[in-house]
Design a protein around this ligand. Sequence first.
Ligand code: SDX
Length: 436
Amino acid sequence: MKLADNKATLSFSNGSPSVELPVYKGTVGPDVIDIRKLYAQTGMFTYDPGFLSTAATQSSITYIDGDKGELLYRGYPIEQLATSCDFMETCHLLLYGDLPNADQKTKFTRTVTMHTMVNEQMQFFLRGFRRDAHPMAIMTGLVGALSAFYHDSTDINNPEHREIAAIRLIAKMPTLVAMAYKYSAGQPYMYPKNDLSYAGNFMRMMFATPCEDYHVSPVIERALDRIFILHADHEQNASTSTVRLCGSSGTNPFAAIAAGVACLWGPAHGGANEACLNMLEDIQKMGGVAKVGEFMEKVKDKNSGVRLMGFGHRVYKNYDPRAKLMQETCKEVLQELGLQNDPLFKLAMALEKIALEDEYFVSRKLYPNVDFYSGIVQRAIGIPVSLFTAIFALARTVGWIAQLNEMIADPEYKIGRPRQLFSGSTQRDVKPLAQR
Ligand code: SDX
């Protein structure tokens, strides 16, 4: 961050003295007005619920150009990473700042592989849940519970602890998500197998049983690996900001990531993929493509409370590049599985076409986001709808931990403590009960 050749002067119509605020420039993207001294100089706060115009941090990890529909991880376009790299290379990039060479990749992948098992005690946490518990409820509990087992990596201020905690979290999330699935299916847990890829190992832990060998389909393995890459990080979104704020208190990384899991669950955020698939199935039940027009009228009626799930984004005011790549992955997987006529995929394509030509969506710059097609491809792979967001959390863990570690390593970081505009009662005295 460096001083821009520009300053912001804040003047007040009531004659209060003006203040000058420094403007900083990043390497790309909007400049920022540094308001850290505003309260000391004016006795006033800024007001920005939902953080529409607020940069809460500086970061060098992920850059999004919402107008152009561009997404860069450490400067590399998501389109190139999704087609030329795998998830392990992407994890190395997000954590350490650059793509690994062949030796670094082998070492990093081996290190992750050697941490995929979880403590045997972890399985007893699942028994407390009903078999039909939502996987995100289970994941919120399991990820938080990890902090009970790794006291040798919970000092967030120790760089070695931060690194081993990052590896453990990236390595163990697939194992935990698969355990949550097996628990709901009433099947035995499958242990990780070290000779499989990250995505292949996850597929086997999900779909294999002790009764027979399981063969990973290379097309599905590649598709899942790409889904992980597309979900890996996304700047200061709600769950990443939750992880940062939670971690800013100095709590351990497992607790901070558990907070991110809880936030991602929401249908406005990571829960949108599950909500989108359920929406498509509802429209299909109503009559499919023939009923799209009727559904769209509901979406455009403010009073209906109905949203086109998987559409719209706070930052993207153009096509989410991940949605394009997800649509391509969808086509490949459906083709591979002989499901190219999947009715839900056709319905999604019809919805997208109508929305992109409809003034309501065009005027609000609403485009498909990462969640619009991801559910269709995961469902085709055999992943239950309720597990979609848990898989989003599995993939996003590397982004969360990279962002958390970046914050903790920043000598300028402080505990996050926003203020408020108070609109409640001014001081008043308690009346005795008999007089109330
Ligand atoms: C993710 O932040 C990230 O980077 C998140 C994420 C990541 O990788 O971490 O990209 C992952 O969360 C993707 C978004 C998934 N959510 C959904 O698909 C849910 C449906 N979309 C929305 O609810 C909404 O678009 C949000 C939450 C994504 C964004 O909300 P904003 O930025 O607060 O926008 P808004 O609600 O103020 O909407 C602006 C206008 C409103 O209409 P007006 O009041 O101006 O008339 O657009 C309308 C909204 O009603 N609108 C929609 C809509 N999304 C916005 N109308 C119908 N359907 C939608 N999906």
